[in-house]
Design a protein around this ligand. Sequence first.
Ligand SMILES: *Cc1c(COP(=O)(O)O)cnc(C)c1O
Length: 656
Amino acid sequence: MVPVPTQSTAIQHRWTIEDSEELYRINGWGEPYFSINAEGHVTVSPQGDRGGSLDLFDLVNALKQRNLGLPMLIRFSDILDDRIQRLNAAFAKAIARYNYKGSYRGVFPVKCNQQRHLVEDLVRFGKPHQFGLEAGSKPELMIALATLNTPGALLICNGYKDREYIEAATLARQLGKTVIIVLEQREEVDLVIEASRKLGLKPIVGVRAKLSTRGIGRWGGSAGDRAKFGLTVPEILRTVQQLAAADMLDCLQLLHYHIGSQISNISVIKDAIREASQIYVELAALGAQMKYLDVGGGLGVDYDGSKTNFYASKNYNMQNYANDIVAEVKEACNERQIPMPTLVSESGRAIASHQSVLIFDVLGTSDVIAEAPEPPTPDDHLLLRNLYETCQSITAENYQEAYHDAAQFKDEAVSMFGFGYLSLTDRARAERTYWACCAKIMQIARQQDYVPDDLEDLEKIMASIYYVNLSVFQSAPDAWAIDQLFPIMPIHRLNEEPTARATLADLTCDSDGKINQFIDLRDVKSVLELHPLRSPEPSTNGSSTTTERDHEPYYLGLFLGGAYQEIMGNLHNLFGDTNAVHITLNPNGYQIEHVVKGDTMKEVLSYVQYDTEALTESIRRQTEQALQDQRITLQDAQLLLKTYENSLSQYTYLAN
Ligand SMILES: *Cc1c(COP(=O)(O)O)cnc(C)c1O
C-alpha cells in the first residue's frame, strides 16, 4: 500500500507550514534544531532549546552573495556543542538518578568526521566534560595525539596497531595524556609487552571483547565470535595471563566492546551492556586494576523521526540509553562488590550527524507529458482506438482494471512497432495516450483511502525527475552504498503545497547517482513531494523540460549527514569536495567562522596525477596547429584557451 499524499482537490484547504511539518516530518527528526518559520523557510536553532535561531534560506542567500556556490555544506558549530552537552547531561542525570558511584567520560571517534575545524571544536566544547577522542588508525592517532589537550580526557587507541603505533601511544603518556591502548588482536598483546620493556614505561591497556550479543541490521557483524575485531573470552583470559606473567596486570584497566553503529533497538543495547558488565566484574575479580568500561558506539540517530526500531530510526532516546547503561553496570558491580567504573562511550553518529546541512539547488526537471490524446479516426489502427476508448472510460470503479488494460495496449504497441506493423507516429500516439491514462488513474487513486498494491509503481513511473547540483557519491555516499535514508526537503516555499512528486538525479553520469528512497512515517517512500519550479516569466516555448536559468532558485537541504559522509565521499566523475562554511550564533545573528573552499578542477585533476599546466600546454599546441591549418580563427583560439584555463580554477559543480 502506498500512503496517498493529501490533495487539496476535495475541500479548498490552504496549505500551511503545519502541513509541511507533517509531510516532511521535520519535528520528528529535526527537534530541537530545525523547524519552519511563518515565511515558510527552514530555521535553525543551533543551540537547541537554549534559544537563538536563524533563517536557513536567508543564510544561503547571504552566503551566495559572498561568492560561495552551491552545493555547500553549512556546519553549525553550536549544534556540535549542544550534542556534547546533551550526551554528558544524559549521563550526569542517569548517574544522579541511580546514585552511581562513578562518572562518565565520553570520547569522539575521529573516524566519524576527521575535519580539522570540527575536531578542534569538539575538543574545545568537550573541555568542561573531559571529553576525549578515539583513534581507529595511525593517521587518526596522529590527529588525536596532537589535538587533544584536555587534562584527564581519554585518548582511546583502537584499530590495527603495529609497533610504531603502540610505541607512540605508550610514549605520549609522558605528555600527561591518558592514552589507553585497546588490545583488539592477539598479536597486539606481545607488541604491547615488548614496547613496555623496551621503553621502560607502563601503558594503560584495555581489551576489546567480542560479545555474543550482536547488533542487528547493517552492522550486525561487528560483534559475535567471527567479528573482525576483538578478543573472545578465552583470548581475554589468555591476555590476562600474559600480562600477569609480564608483571603488567595492573596495566589492564579498560574493557571495551562495539556491537555496531546505529543500533535501532534498545533491547540490543541492554543485552550487550549486561554481558559486558559481567566480563568487567570478572576481570576485576581476576586482579586487573579495572577502571573503565567503554561501551563503544551504536547510539542511534532518528533519521526518519518515527521513534521506532526501523533501521533509519531508534526506539529510545539518549536518556534511555544512559539510564540503561548506568543501571546495568551498577547492578553487576554491586552484586560482586566491585568499584563502579568510569563509563565511556564512543558516540560518533549521535554527536556529529546534526551539525551539518548540505544545501543544493535544482537545475531542472523532467516530467511525464500527459496532455490530452487526440481522438482516433475510424481508419486508425484498432490498437489506438482501443487505447483511446480505455482512456475515455476510466472511472473510480474501474481504474485498477483500466490500468492493466492500458499497460497491455502499450506493450502491444511497442512490440507491433518492433515487427514493423506500427508507424513511429502511431507508436508515439499510443505512448501519449497511455500516459494520459496513467495521469487520470493516478488522480483517482490519490483520492482513495488506499492504493491497491498493483498500482504502487504508478507513482514511481509518473514521478518527475529533479536534476540536482550534487554528486551523491561525494556528498551522501551512504545513500548510494547502503541505502541509508537522510531527511531531504526544500528549505523554502513551505507555505505552498508541494504538488510535484519527484525523484532526484545527480550530476554524475552514473545511473546510480540518484536518490529515490525518502523517509516516511512507515517504511520508505519512493517519491518526494516538491514544488514545481517557478518561472520568473511564463515560459513561451511550451516545452515540458525546465532548464537552469529560466526558473527561480529552488533549494533543497539534506540533513543529518554530518557523520561518515564527508570522508567516505568519493571523486566519481571528478566532482570534488563541496564548499563548506562554519557558522556560529552570536547576539547579532550569526558569524561566519571559517570558509573551506571546495575543490577546484585543478585540484581534482591533480589527485589523478594530471599536471594542469601540461594539459593547458597541450590545448595551446592544438590551437596552434589548427591555426596553421586554418581550421580556427585566432580569436576563437584565444577564447578557447582562456575558457579552458579559467575552468581549471573553478568549482567542479555547475555554476549558479
Ligand atoms: C565506528 C566506531 C564507533 C562509532 O560508532 P557510532 O555508532 O557512530 O557512534 C565507535 N567505536 C568503534 C570501535 C567504532 O569502530
